[in-house]
Write a protein that binds this ligand. Sequence first.
Ligand SMILES: [Zn+2]
Length: 280
Amino acid sequence: MRKLPPPTDKPEVVFAACISKVRNPALKQSLISCTQEIIKDSQSFVRHAKRNTLHLISEKNVVGIGVSKEEMEKVYTDRMAKKTAPGRAYYDKLITIPKNGICPLCGHRIVQTLDHHLPKAHHPSLVVSPINLIPACSDCNKSKLNSRPTSPEEEPLHPYFDNIENDRWLYAEVIQDDPVAIRYFIDAPSHWDTIKTARVKNHFELLELSRLYSIQAATELADIKHRLRKLYRSSGSDAVRSQLLDSAESCGQQHLNYWKTAMYHALAQSDWYHNTGVNQ
Ligand SMILES: [Zn+2]
């Protein structure tokens, strides 16, 4: 998971923009009555996110003076996410936070939507709160849909609050087969506590990142095969190993826990690959 800078737009400002075109006076009044609760619940969200206790926030069915969760969901769907919606500028602002449009949750696919970190079906007062909206790819968004954490260990990682980018935790191993394959796994640094380690492992499993990265690695292996075989024949296995280490270092400059970084480190450390795998 990649860290993102937290959004700075206030939830009440986004909410006011979203409901600015509501014509029905009674509905408009009901929605306006939600504002203080939206502010309070967003502040509570931040406090809980910092303490890793978001799972303790109670679910709700009603906001303000009787706005149902279905009506609040429609505020997000019709008045923020739609292309011509009055709150769409805030949606677009959030979706463009990640560098190069890459999903922060998988670090690989393209951002296509906003993921409600606490689901909109259970937390209607947070449907348009920027701090609860994470730019994500469709697959990560779907995988997280039914996740209902009940403990700190089960809490999904949050790109605005969690930072796991400075430690190396993603590793890979070479599967000695024809064609050669790569298996990914997590090896948590010793200074991480058990909760952090469990959260990263859950994140990895929930989003099926091992499978995603192994599939990408298979394509990358096929792409480099010809070049490395030529290098082996002209200069030997040490030259292959040196080239793989260069690639690992180069990818690691970009992201320490990038699937390519882990793959090239694993290949560089595999004597079998330098001598046999590269010639298959
Ligand atoms: Zn993703």
